[in-house]
Design a protein around this ligand. Sequence first.
Ligand code: AMP
Length: 189
Amino acid sequence: MNLIIFGAPGSGKGTQSEQLIQRYGLHHISTGDLLRSHIANGTELGKVANVFISKGNLIPDELMLDILENELDLHPEVKGVIFDGFPRTIPQAEALNKILEKRGTKIHAVIGLEVPEAELTDRLIKRGAISGRSDDNAETIAKRLEVYHRQTAPLKEFYTSRGSYHAIKGSGSVDEIFASITQVVDRIE
Ligand code: AMP
């Protein structure tokens, strides 16, 4: 079973992924975490990625897709993946369909965490105080939300029209939100 956890920055994708991995034994692929580890290790890729990330922009699709395919190749044994922070553009979603088809599988469900805009900003500012992330500051947060609405939000329609989008109310306690997600996922398995 392959899932996409979808939503704006600050919608709780990382937090909910942690619980999903445990319950369903899925392999977690967070493209943001992969990029941040390249930056921390000072790789060439990390240097390129940092230029985009620190400004709140997306890194180019082609580069992101190379990283993603490489990550999938590194873990051929996994029985399912939870994609977190990927895809973020229509071309990425189209490419993901082809990549999974090539591997004889598909996306089984997209879990869309829906959170009001004011709450997103509030959560990201609070996270910035402890995360040390270069992109969790007021200016970059505003830019990331704008990029989300312009480039990523259209994926909701993309997956709705394919019957795989499931809207989840993303405000409330972590456990309440997780319970809503499991109701959807348990019906898929
Ligand atoms: P995240 O941790 O998912 O919020 O990602 C942090 C940053 O990494 C984003 O603001 C982008 O600059 C970059 N990034 C992560 N995933 C992607 C992706 N699928 N496509 C392009 N850029 C990405």
